[in-house]
Design a protein around this ligand. Structure first.
Ligand code: HEC
Length: 119
């Protein structure tokens, strides 16, 4: 009887461990799914730049970027600085400077815009 109980609890533990593992796999699945997205500079990206970046990066070309201008945004999109700075990756200055990190939905939008050819 004791032996059976022991076996039963082992099974419960194993089952619970399995469940936990499943859950982690699901949450670590690829975050940024750009399938079926069609973000454009004018409709989606420019408003984010205007709201978060242009007060510092404008015609003054701070750090070499006027983020109110598509040419500069594309340059930062191509050389990796746009994503590196807004995702606060190591090796990049965290942007927007002196402000909260942008919300994840906005960051995802910018990442998808870059990954789908910056139209
Ligand atoms: C409060 C002002 C401010 C805001 C807002 C701001 N930046 Fe910056 N940014 C700076 C300053 C200051 C630097 C460093 C300039 C220098 O090198 O002297 C900088 C540097 C950068 C660089 C170059 C980073 C590097 O490592 O060389 C990039 C790219 C950049 N910013 C992108 C952005 C983006 C994208 C946004 C909006 C999400 C943004 N910034 C918002 C002030 C700002």
């Amino acid at each position: 009887m004791k032996k059976q109980l022991f076996a039963a609890s082992l099974w419960v533990i194993a089952f619970a461990a399995c469940k936990t593992k499943e859950k982690t796999t699901a949450t670590t699945a690829k975050r940024t799914d750009c399938t079926n997205t069609a973000y454009t500079y004018t409709a989606d990206i420019k408003p984010l730049m205007d709201q978060n970046c242009v007060r510092c990066h404008n015609t003054n070309m701070k750090a070499g970027y006027n983020l109110g201008d598509i040419a500069s945004v594309k340059k930062a999109g191509s050389n990796g600085y746009l994503l590196g700075t807004i995702k606060h990756e190591s090796g990049f200055m965290a942007m927007p400077a002196h402000a909260e990190k942008m919300d994840q939905a906005s960051i995802d939008k910018i990442e998808c815009w870059i990954n789908t050819g910056m139209k």
